[in-house]
Design a protein around this ligand. Structure first.
Ligand code: UD1
Ligand code: CA
Length: 488
């Protein structure tokens, strides 16, 4: 591989078991703000534009591999059958690549872990910059932590130069007093890494091949090694249990919210706004309390989301409002109004200035410009034209018990309240349906369709059949007092 500003290879270590998660789901697949831990790492790694990225998988590797195949098809995997240490894991990655004819050559290799979702591309770039500026053979990303317990400690000589890393379990009391820790993220010159990996032993308290020993070996060779102290120690927090998982989500959400507010988005209650890092939000949008905006969402300028709204892979146009609603893979046009209590399912496309009101469910349907579904309706597998109004409690009867069928409603149609549109059926432009109709046949343009039983009034029924009841007494009063008589 050619030497360039970008690393020739990034190795992501993700073979460990993650015992403390106490989960049947692989640790690196646990989500933070809707994206697996590993996905956050790969997104940030991607900003370095490495020539190759490889993930070392072991425990529950089928699930991890499936995830990568779907979301990161260009990322390779190496299998580490038994977890014999971080150094062994890196060697597995290099061996797997060599078997595919890929050699990192004289380039730079970045190693990181799959469980550090808060590590940013900016911090990785700063690590690489320091690695280059100091012309080191290896540079570790370190951090000063108030409580360094459990982490490897950075060893420095009296002149401040880095001499190696000592694992917590192998450290003396004096070494444990050091608060500068190893984040587990490194930049290496490939030949130096390969040379040192070949010399790792398992002569330590855990009987593992430690990647951290590479630094001491290179120092012993007289090579230059460096440490770059992370500007934000939160970047390096690895996730080991679900308490740390939740804490990382909060940190990530705060970072997203702060950046959005600085860009001109209002978030009146940031503590209850959960917005994924890749979400685009336009200026003057307002994200009200208790709202979740997951990966892949786009929110237009001046739109108002929430309170109490969930958006999943949904696009909201400029100036639209989405109040107390759940929207999943929907596209909401500019200035549309949604909610409260509206459920938009995959395939919903709402036109500009359209409305989906209270207790309305829509799936796989397009709703035209200015069209309205204001109250208590189900719209499934349908096309609704511009300017059309769907009366309250209308149901698009799309399912015959075996198959789904489509309904097409034209422009400027008036569907009466409580209409059953039994699909497949087409309602022409400008047509009307009477309230309570069951529509089973196509309605031509401009036609009024009535599909309901004629009403029959049975005189005096209440006084005959329910004598003495409050209803009968009310009826009796109405008959004797002309002021109450509603019959003309
Ligand atoms: C490691 C470092 C320690 C550092 C800490 C930061 C070593 C020897 N120690 O310790 O200095 O402070 O990370 O979090 O490197 N993994 C594999 N295969 C293995 C072992 C680990 O893929 O055989 C992966 C794990 O899935 C994880 C990462 O490597 O993503 C780190 O492994 P872990 O066991 O958590 O190392 P620590 O003991 O925390
Ligand atoms: Ca760890």
């Amino acid at each position: 591989m050619a030497e360039s500003a970008a690393p020739s290879l990034v190795i992501v270590l993700a073979a460990g078991e993650g015992t403390r998660m106490k989960s049947s789901l692989a640790k690196v697949l646990h989500p933070v703000l809707g994206t697996p831990l590993l996905g956050h790492v790969l997104r940030e790694v991607g900003t370095l534009a490495p020539e190759q990225t490889i993930v070392v998988v072991g425990h529950q590797r089928e699930h991890v591999t499936d995830y990568l195949a779907g979301d990161y098809p260009d990322v390779r995997t190496a299998v580490q059958e038994a977890q014999l240490g971080t150094g062994h894991a890196v060697r597995c990655a290099l061996t797997a690549l060599a078997e595919q004819g890929i050699e990192p050559g004289s380039g730079t290799v970045v190693v990181t872990a799959g469980d550090t979702p808060l590590l940013t591309g900016a911090t990785l770039a700063a690590l690489l910059a320091e690695h280059r500026a100091t012309q080191a053979k290896a540079t570790v990303l370190s951090a000063d932590l108030p409580d360094p317990t459990g982490y490897g400690r950075i060893m420095r000589a009296a002149d401040g130069s880095v001499t190696g890393i000592v694992e917590h379990k192998d450290a003396t009391e004096e070494q444990r007093a050091v608060r500068e820790i190893n984040s587990g993220v490194f930049a290496f010159e490939a030949p130096a890494l390969a040379s040192a990996l070949a010399r790792l032993d398992t002569d330590n308290s855990q009987g593992e091949e430690y990647l951290t020993d590479v630094l001491g070996i290179l120092h012993g060779d007289g090579e230059r090694i460096s440490a770059h102290v992370a500007a934000d120690p939160e970047d390096v927090h690895g996730i080991n249990d679900r308490v740390q998982l939740a804490a990382a989500a909060r940190v990530m959400a705060d970072r997203v919210n702060t950046a959005l507010m600085r860009s001109g988005v209002s978030i009146p209650d940031p503590a209850t706004a959960w917005i994924a890092p890749d979400v685009q939000v336009g200026p003057d949008a307002v994200i009200e309390r208790n709202s979740w905006i997951g990966p892949g969402c786009i929110v237009g300028e001046g739109a108002v989301i929430g309170p109490d709204t969930t958006l999943v892979a949904t696009t909201v146009g400029a100036g639209a409002t989405v109040l107390r609603s759940h929207c999943d893979h929907a596209v909401i046009g500019a200035a549309a109004t949604i909610g409260p209590f509206t459920y938009l399912r995959p395939g919903t496309e709402l036109g500009e200035k359209s409305k989906a009101g209270a207790y309305v469910e829509i799936k796989n349907a397009t709703v035209g410009v200015g069209a309205k579904v204001p109250h208590l309706s189900y719209v499934g597998d349908a096309q609704i034209g511009d300017g059309t109004n769907i009366g309250a409690a209308t149901v698009f009867v799309n399912y015959d018990g075996v198959h789904k069928h489509r309904t097409v409603v034209g422009d400027d149609v008036r569907i009466g309240s409580d209409t059953m549109l039994v699909a497949p059926v087409t309602i022409g432009d400008g047509a009307y349906t009477g309230a309570g109709s069951v529509i089973t046949d196509d309605v031509p343009p401009g036609t009024l369709a009535l599909g309901r039983a004629r009403q029959r009034n049975i005189d005096g029924w209440v006084e005959r059949v329910r004598p003495g009841s409050p209803a009968a007494e009310a009826a009796h009063r109405a008959a004797s007092d002309p002021a109450h008589d509603t019959d003309e």
